[in-house]
Design a protein around this ligand. Structure first.
Ligand code: IVH
Length: 712
């Protein structure tokens, strides 16, 4: 579960910068998955939430907007690579029904609306779980194919749809209107989906979680050649724009679609009245496992098209149709044990180990229990018979306990206090805030505090360590790291540098498939190049919580070199008041950072890891702000236009000389440098009696001559 986000208003500038950096990375990773790999890793809603958060932070800190900000590229990147297509008639969605009562009410509603005494006839069609598409035929020729999109505007995927064998390029038979948009579902049959995944796995590529995602990804390939290699199929079940009516009932229309060369669902039945609806549903539920493709319910449609016309639409769904959904599949089984799984961030999740049980065609042995609070709330005990639920592609969940079946010896779960990893480090709950009395409010997530030392978290830390903003080691991407980690060649960051000098390991690597002389030479070179590393990058690479790139720079500048930094950190960990005070005094360092570094440097394994690195690396000091200059320790405000340099340049130069640059004038301001056009800040400065000088006077004071050269 993600940590709750701090309100944007409460973010410090440093936190904002860290978060914007992280958001840019995260969103670009999602974009790559979405566009290049066609395997979206988050829902559109979750992606939009990231976008909104990014925009809110940028709105508050406009000067932090990065060149590569997702807000500058989202439109282009996320917007389709396919041309937009406005549907002649919108592609609507269906209302849902979940019970027999809902189905009966649907029938009653229709009869009320049409004031009918007689029974209504309906089609009951399988609700295919794929993605819908619209095919435009002009004089019988397929001229355009589009995805549903938002219902009004879809994407032009004509070339891709044309590769699907079940989509005719020319309509067969006769009697079709000059213009007709045929609508239906693009989907995979189970065997084709399985074959595709097997091939992907064999090729070491990512596999798809379910047939629907896979169909969607396959259809939205930029290269239609790839779509062509996938055995996508198409069921026709509806139509959009028409130049002339072609049938009087849905049943007749489906028959015509079949005549014209489309596949329609063989399981569709025309039924009479409410009773017919219920029977059709029961039958569909029964044959569902034998269909060979995924369906998630039954679609009921009023058969007579003139009645459909009269019934019309309510907002975005037709009044004449409804989707009766299958319930999430449930099963009962024995809970044999509860294990704790450690995620990448150290967050631990309890997992139910179950006596194997078949749910919706899949044998389930594990299910998530979410967190300790959930286990307590549902009073789940080891030995219990539990109700298991699996809906669509989601992870199976334990929804409850069959209390009547509880054995006398069922054991309440004692939530572990320590990580199950061999180090057995204590688990900690995230603190989310304070109550009125100043007591901590804990979140539901518990975390392993083992950080680098926990094997489950180690690999994730290694990935961060080698990443672009940390050690930036080319040739040690996620895949290579995982391999070296699994083989035990790299278990901790220090191992990376030993590996580069371990002749026997390197010799073995050269023999390896897909490696060879050149790649080993390159790998060694890129590792060796990073033995020399600036202190701020080193600090960032450690992956201490709350210490991102910006905070790492603040710490590095604050302490200057690695010895001063490490000495201070050890003191902070030991609770040395003076050291804590000194850390606190650094600009933008708050409680969260102090606690995080104290925790990090208290952990023995972390200390071992740091020492190991220090021994192998040449950690470069960073320039500390000067203390022996005319402006050291002074707070300066630049206002008006500067003529000799940019505002950013002036700021960097002043900070380099130990000054603090502020954006507004207050009593704490020592100097206001006012250029032409200075307004209210200059006025405030005069009122407060703050020293005001021109740009040239400022430059003279810091010892820069007006031709830009520093004196001496
Ligand atoms: S008819 C105006 N028939 O379900 C109604 N839709 O929730 C147009 N679907 O977007 C849809 N099987 O992707 C219809 N036999 C079927 C269907 C079906 C699956 C999908 C379709 C649609 C969604 C509506």
């Amino acid at each position: 579960m993600p940590e709750p986000l701090k309100p944007v208003d409460a973010l410090t500038e440093a936190e904002a910068l860290d978060e914007l950096t992280a958001l840019a990375d995260e969103m670009s990773a999602h974009d790559i998955r979405y566009y290049q790999d066609q395997t979206p890793s988050i829902s559109d809603e979750a992606y939009d939430a990231l976008k909104v958060r990014n925009a809110a932070i940028e709105a508050r800190f406009p000067h932090l907007v990065r060149d590569n900000s997702p807000s500058l590229r989202v439109g282009a990147a996320r917007a389709s690579q396919f041309a937009p297509v406005e549907h002649g008639v919108p592609m609507l969605s269906l209302d849902n029904a979940f019970s027999d009562e809902d189905a009966l009410e649907f029938d009653a509603r229709i009869r009320r609306f049409l004031r009918l005494e007689e029974e209504v006839r309906y089609t009951a069609e399988p609700k295919i779980d794929g993605l819908s598409a619209s095919l435009r035929y002009e004089r019988g020729v397929l001229v355009r194919g589009a995805t549903r999109g938002d219902g009004r505007v879809g994407e032009d995927v004509t070339a891709n749809l044309k590769t699907i064998k079940e989509i005719p390029h020319r309509l067969a038979g006769s009697g079709w209107p000059d213009l007709i948009e045929i609508r239906g579902e693009v989907y995979f049959r189970h065997e084709d989906f399985a074959a595709l995944n097997a091939a992907a796995e064999a090729a070491g590529q990512k596999t798809y979680v379910n047939a629907r995602n896979s169909a969607s990804g396959s259809l939205r390939q930029i290269d239609p050649q790839i779509t062509a290699q996938r055995s996508l199929r198409f069921f026709a079940y509806a139509w959009g724009e028409l130049s002339a009516p072609f049938a009087e009932t849905q049943t007749e229309a489906l028959a015509k679609l079949a005549d014209w060369g489309f596949r329609t669902t063989a399981e569709t039945r025309t039924v009479a009245g409410a009773q017919g609806l219920l029977e059709a549903y029961a039958r569909m539920a029964q044959i569902r496992p034998t269909l060979g493709f995924d369906i998630d319910g039954v679609v009921y449609k009023v058969d007579r098209l003139d009645w459909q016309q009269r019934l019309g639409f309510v907002s975005r769904s037709p009044r004449w149709a409804i989707a009766r959904k299958f319930p999430a599949e449930q099963a009962r089984t024995r809970l044999e044990a509860i294990d704790i799984q450690v995620g990448r961030t150290g967050a631990v999740t309890p997992v139910a180990r179950l006596a194997p049980v078949l749910v919706g065609g899949v044998t389930v042995v594990n299910a998530t229990l979410h967190n300790a609070d959930e286990i307590a709330r549902k009073d789940i005990r080891v030995g219990d018979t539990v109700i298991l639920q699996r809906a669509g592609d989601v992870i199976p969940q334990v929804v409850g306990v069959v209390l009547e079946a509880r054995p006398a010896d069922a054991v309440p779960f004692d939530y572990p206090t320590h990580c199950p990893c061999p180090l057995h480090t204590p688990l900690a709950r995230d603190v989310q805030g304070e109550d009125a009395e100043g007591n901590p409010i804990y979140g539901v997530v518990r975390r392993c505090t083992g950080e680098f030392a926990c094997p489950f978290q180690r690999i994730e830390h290694l990935i961060h360590f080698c990443s672009r903003r940390a050690f930036d080691i080319e040739g040690l991407g996620i895949k290579q790291l995982q391999t070296f980690f699994d083989e035990g060649l790299i278990k901790a960051p220090g191992d990376i540098f030993r590996l580069a000098r371990n002749e026997s390991v390197l010799a073995a690597l050269r023999e390896r498939d897909g490696y060879g002389e050149t790649s080993v030479r390159n790998l060694v070179a890129s590792i060796e190049a990073r033995r020399r590393i600036p202190l701020d990058r080193f600090i960032n690479a450690l992956g201490i919580r709350h210490v991102g790139e910006t905070t790492a720079v603040v710490l590095a500048r604050g302490y200057g070199d690695k010895d001063a930094f490490l000495e201070a950190m050890h003191k902070v960990a030991a609770g040395d008041a003076e050291a804590i005070h000194e850390l606190d005094a650094l600009d933008q360092i708050g409680e969260a950072v102090i606690e995080a570094v104290a925790a990090y440097f208290s952990e023995e394994h972390n200390l071992g890891l740091v020492n190991d690195l220090v021994a192998q690396l040449d950690i470069q000091p960073v320039a500390r702000p000067k203390t022996d200059t005319a402006v050291a320790g002074k707070t300066v405000v630049f206002t008006g236009s500067l003529e000799r340099m940019t505002r950013d340049e002036a700021k960097a130069q002043a900070e380099g000389l130990g000054a603090k640059v502020a954006s507004s004038v207050s009593k704490k301001t020592d100097i206001v440098v006012a250029g032409p056009g200075a307004g209210s800040k200059l006025k405030t400065a005069t009122e407060l009696g703050v020293q005001v000088m021109t740009e040239d006077e400022w430059l003279a004071m810091i010892g820069v001559t007006t031709d830009g050269q520093a004196d001496g």
